[in-house]
Design a protein. Structure first.
Length: 278
């Protein structure tokens, strides 16, 4: 368990091998301020104590004790305490593929649509209690059948009650397609040291206009997007057993301390703690 001296901050991140490496965090923070970041998976959590404030979907939100926090896959968000006494929460990070497959199994009218939770904070005491039970069970040994059944039934409950009906991604313009290509290129090769001029040229835009359009589309400037892409690759390498010092170099960070600082600001735990498995 990771702690931070006088702040008494504690955080544990687990990869649940019985459920395709499903990520789960259990944390208590006082001074932690998450930088703007994204996750490959959805974030589905419950506030156990205190009040969390966070940015999502263009505005700030407050989640008090007992409420559910929802962040969509690849959606930019932050996180910090709204009170001096800090906050505690637990959350899981199911992949889009897991939720998409579940939507198809539910045989809903939304088959083929992207799972999307329009509300960042949900007050649903029954579902919150179910999530707490799920979090308790997931970290216990054995009972894989029970845990798997509870996981799927809880996610089905969440989708049935809180998935936005009929959501489809917006149509992409030719200019948007060029920006998307650049973003995907940085995701695929985050270790590369890109220059602003070469990226702007690829988008057929001036450097200044490229910066503006990229930020409008993705909610962060290109250099911040590249850091997120490097962190995403780092998480994959760490899950596959990579050493933090090696991962830092493979992902394009200037040194390990630079890597560790960005990783903890985004994930709430150090790279070493992130490697825990269950």
């Amino acid at each position: 368990m990771q702690s931070d001296g006088h702040c008494r901050e504690q955080a544990d991140y687990f990869h649940l091998d019985d459920f395709y490496g499903l990520g789960m965090i259990s944390a208590r923070y006082y001074q932690q301020k998450f930088s703007r970041h994204t996750h490959e998976g959805f974030c589905i959590g419950v506030i156990d104590e205190g009040v969390q404030q966070f940015f999502r979907t263009g505005s700030n939100h407050y989640a008090p004790t007992g409420d559910i926090i929802l962040v969509n896959s690849d959606e930019i968000h932050t996180g910090s305490s709204a009170l001096e006494t800090g906050w505690a929460y637990r959350a899981i990070y199911p992949t889009p593929e897991m939720l998409d497959a579940l939507m198809q199994d539910l045989k809903s009218a939304d088959q083929g649509f992207v799972p999307w939770f329009s509300h960042a904070v949900v007050h649903d005491p029954g579902l919150a209690a179910q999530l707490r039970l799920l979090f308790d069970m997931l970290l216990k040994p054995d009972n894989r059948l029970l845990k798997g059944s509870l996981l799927l039934s809880t996610l089905a409950w969440l989708i049935t009650r809180h998935n936005k009906k009929g959501f489809r991604p917006a149509e992409i313009t030719p200019a948007g397609q060029r920006l998307q290509h650049i973003a995907e290129m940085m995701n695929s090769h985050p270790e590369t040291d890109y220059s602003l001029d070469e990226l702007a040229a690829m988008a057929n835009l001036s450097p200044w206009y490229f910066l503006r359009q990229f930020r409008l589309r993705y909610g962060m400037p290109p250099h911040a997007w590249l850091i997120q892409a490097r962190l995403r690759k780092a998480r994959q390498l760490l899950q596959n057993g990579g050493r933090p010092a090696d991962v830092s170099l493979q992902c394009g960070f200037t040194d390990q301390s630079h890597f560790t600082r960005h990783f903890k600001r985004a994930m709430g735990v150090s790279p070493g703690k992130f490697m825990q498995r269950r």
